[in-house]
Write a protein that binds this ligand. Structure first.
Ligand code: TXA
Ligand code: MG
Length: 387
């Protein structure tokens, strides 16, 4: 049985000198203690909120528990996991690593927060090989969500935690998303409300020269260049795909990811003018005709629009009489769009959309992380500038 335990992030305050949280709400304290006990005394993973997305965590020092994460998610076991710590001193004390100086300006600025760094795996390490899967580096971050941080501090365990979705599904940004995907497979979900950021952490490799941005996420490329000293000014973005037999250098490079059930059509550089709306309607008609949609039903088209496309697209699609349309604006700022993206994909599944149309945004600031997820979810991309 899967239990959802409510916790209140606002009732948790960190004492930076002791590294331990003070918790003013008894229900929150009890839930955290119970979850920490499960992590310390069993091999069951626990789901918990972070500022990026919900994670499914287990002690990074316990191989059986880590293997149960892969099992619950149905995740390929050659995809390494991110470790989560509650302080830099916990990282150094338990995992016996020294943080290379190149990272310090970034950690000063972005920890706690949505930045993951790669560190060399120490010789004779206590980190389970189920986390590192043969890599000579491991990934680690210090989350800012008070619930995540308190759980790690109370259990005093570095937690290996991928996103708490079933493999290939969009990452969960609410407890109910985790429940939907993993009900019956895990025993506890801590429900601390919606994740702020909504996309996963940024993963950087500062051990190679020049440093590499392996996965765009909650901290932007521009922010890293601005905060990092000299070597970070040469930051390069990893290429988006690896072959089947290569070891994935970055998350999601090798596997299908973030997909709702319905095919996603990505529209780039389209605007709200009549001509553009007409072209989109024509494309949607063509795709709908060639997509297997249950006979006798009217196709449902979900629209996730952002900055340029308005309600006119829904009106135009509805005038094609066989379409039912669900129209949603997922935000105009990068922060809003990131926050809403995965939840909107899931909402479209619940509404049983047959096709999902999404409006692309420019790949600057939060847009790089958003478009990285959107392109992976998309089965077709239509770029007006390339037609
Ligand atoms: O925001 C996040 O990072 C969330 C929350 C729960 O903290 N976690 C997350 O984990 O997104 P996951 O497992 O879905 O993504 C981790 C990715 C893996 O796909 C893997 O490719 C990459 O991090 N990774 C882990 N260790 C690595 C390593 N040593 N070298 C390169 N990439 C690594
Ligand atoms: Mg994931």
């Amino acid at each position: 049985m899967t239990r959802v335990l409510k916790v209140n992030p606002k009732a948790i305050v960190f004492n930076e000198s002791s590294g331990l949280p003070q918790i003013s709400d008894p229900q929150t304290e009890q839930a955290l203690n119970e979850a920490a006990k499960v992590l310390k005394t069993t091999n069951d993973p626990v789901a918990f909120p972070t500022e990026t997305v919900y994670g499914l965590g287990a002690s990074a020092l316990n191989t059986d528990a880590v293997l149960n994460i892969y099992k619950a998610k149905n995740r390929p076991a050659d995809n390494p996991l991110i470790l989560h710590v509650s302080s830099r001193s916990q990282l150094e004390r338990i995992l016996k690593v020294k943080i290379p100086p190149i990272y310090l300006p970034l950690l000063d600025k972005f920890w706690p927060g949505p930045l993951t760094i790669l560190l060399p795996v120490p010789t004779n390490t206590n980190i389970s090989s189920a986390c590192t899967v043969g890599q000579s580096t491991f990934a680690v971050r210090l989350p800012s969500n008070p619930v995540a941080r308190a759980l790690i501090a109370i259990s005093d365990l570095p937690l290996a935690a991928p996103s708490a979705n079933r493999s290939t599904r969009p990452s969960p940004t609410q407890a109910q998303h985790v429940y939907h995907d993993l009900e019956g497979k895990i025993s506890i979900i801590l429900d601390g409300g919606a994740s702020d950021v909504g996309v996963e952490s940024t993963v950087v490799d500062g051990l190679s020269n020049p440093p590499v941005l392996l996965r765009p996420g909650g901290v932007s490329f521009e922010d890293i260049i601005a905060a990092g000293k000299e070597p970070w000014k040469n930051l390069v973005v990893a290429k988006a795909n690896t072959g089947k037999n290569e070891i994935a250098r970055a998350p999601g490079m090798k596997y299908k990811h973030y997909s709702p059930t319905a095919p996603v059509l990505l529209f780039e550089n389209y605007t709200n003018n009549e001509q553009d709306i007409k072209s989109i309607v024509k494309i949607v008609k063509d795709v709908a005709e060639n997509t297997h949609i249950k006979e006798g039903t009217t196709p449902t088209i979900g629209i996730l629009r952002t900055r340029r496309i308005g309600t006119q697209l829904a009106t135009a699609l509805k005038s094609v009489h066989e379409f039912t349309v669900i129209d949603k604006c997922i935000g105009s700022s990068g922060a809003e769009i990131s926050h809403n993206l995965f939840a909107s994909f899931r909402d479209m599944d619940i509404a049983q959309a047959d096709l999902i149309l999404i409006e692309g945004i420019s790949e600057t600031e939060e847009g790089l992380a958003v478009m990285n997820r959107v392109s992976k979810a998309a089965s077709h991309t239509f770029n007006k500038n390339l037609i």
